[in-house]
Ligand binder design. Structure first.
Ligand code: PLP
Length: 390
């Protein structure tokens, strides 16, 4: 049962840092170590590295350099977009989002609503594949009360089920209705186009560790003219929009990682799709297995997700882990009292199915042999878990 090599199929959780990224970062730990805010030569060298990274990222996102704010992660970027917009509104706000969003957005929206009567949240319904349609958004925006600032927060691609949202169309609806549009693009980065002009978003969040960059660094794109009140105050870094000494090596690493991600983008994404489709086809041969999220081009190229009838995810993940295969599920399963995935519940899945989810996400190092091995192991693992439950 024990394989020679462990198989990592949890690239939606995080990716290994690319050796070329590590190489780009290394000099900025102990050779070029100045504080980028210092005016001497040590500081200027570090400052140049930060600004070069900003330039690289701005080009990839098709925006200007001053529209980018470096953060510590995707969660911080999402928080900054929502909290900053609510504070900048200075009056009542209407947040429109969905239960399919990452907690960085949904829990933040809940908290903002709970803090007083200034914010009210509309939870937009999603279809069975996890999509918010432009018509649904339009109808909900029409319910914005007089004097309220409308803030829409919808993700580019879903972390649990891989479904790609019609961001362009949703952002257009928001613009026509005078609403701000924030887009959590953490899962899309490296796979889908991040051209913010084509997408038409006002703010957009990224996290380096999802595209073979280091953990602990993220980015928030803020369209010129959009006002956000900074959550972190003190220093004047990032044009006083996010105080705190820059993490130079990680910022350099993030820029290198995104550059690499789009350098070989088409070939890599085509390979992801090929592996993903083989995986999906094989898994769906298991009785009682269903694909979750959109099929084909409607989902992230590297993303396969399923529910299994009569299964509890944590048991299945344990069996897979023992066989050297790392996947994940959408349910909070480490409490001994598993809760169904909120994403699947919002998509209309009953609790018993929503408890049996499995997410397998391929990456650069995934091989056809890996997929074959998963398809060998999984049917037996599913059968065993069902046996225990029966
Ligand atoms: N948003 C989405 C869609 C994610 O998948 C994640 C991480 O899984 C985050 C936000 C949070 O990013 P970070 O881990 O950088 O805080």
């Amino acid at each position: 049962m024990f394989p020679n090599k462990a198989i990592y199929l949890d690239h939606a959780a995080t990716t290994p840092t690319d050796p070329q990224v590590v190489e780009a970062m290394l000099p900025f730990f102990s050779e070029v170590y100045g504080n980028p805010s210092s005016s001497h030569s040590f500081g200027r060298k570090a400052g140049n590295a930060v600004e070069n990274a900003r330039g690289t990222l701005a080009k990839l996102l098709n925006c200007s350099r001053r529209e980018l704010i470096f953060t510590s992660c995707g969660t911080e970027s999402d928080n900054m977009a929502l909290r900053g917009a609510v504070m900048a509104a200075g009056g009542p706000c209407h947040i429109l989002t969905a239960h399919t969003e990452h907690h960085a957005v949904s829990v933040t929206a809940e908290q903002l609503e709970s803090l007083g009567n200034r914010v009210h949240v509309t939870w937009l319904p999603v279809d069975h594949e996890g999509r918010v349609t432009p018509d649904v958004l339009d109808a909900a925006l029409r319910e914005t009360r007089d004097g309220e600032r409308a803030i829409v927060s919808l993700m580019y691609a879903n972390n649990e089920v891989g479904t790609i949202q019609p961001v362009r169309e949703l952002a257009t609806v928001a613009r026509v209705r005078g609403a701000l549009f924030h887009c959590d693009s953490v899962q899309a980065a490296g796979q889908l186009s991040l051209d913010v002009q084509a997408l038409g978003v006002d703010t957009l969040a990224l996290s380096a560790h999802k595209f073979y960059g280091p953990k602990g660094v993220g980015l928030l794109y803020v369209r010129d003219g959009v006002q956000l009140v900074p959550a972190q105050t003190g220093g004047s870094q990032e044009a006083s929009r996010r105080a705190g000494t820059h993490n130079v090596p990680l910022i350099v690493g993030m820029a290198r990682a995104l550059e690499l991600a789009y350098a070989d983008h088409e070939a890599r994404v085509a390979e992801y799709r090929r592996l993903r489709d083989t995986l999906i086809e094989g898994v769906l041969r298991i009785p009682g297995a269903h694909l979750t999220g959109a099929p084909g081009d409607g989902r992230l190229p590297n993303h396969a997700s399923f529910v299994f009838e009569g299964i509890e995810s944590n048991m299945l993940l344990m069996h897979l882990d023992m066989a050297g295969i790392a996947g994940s599920s959408g349910s909070a399963c480490n409490t001994g009292n598993p809760k169904p995935s909120e994403v699947l519940s919002a998509m209309g899945y009953p609790d018993d199915l929503a408890l049996g989810s499995l997410r397998l996400t391929v990456g650069k190092q995934t091989s056809e042999d890996d997929i074959r091995r998963v398809l060998d192991v999984l049917p037996e693992a599913v059968a065993k878990v069902r046996e225990v439950r029966a």
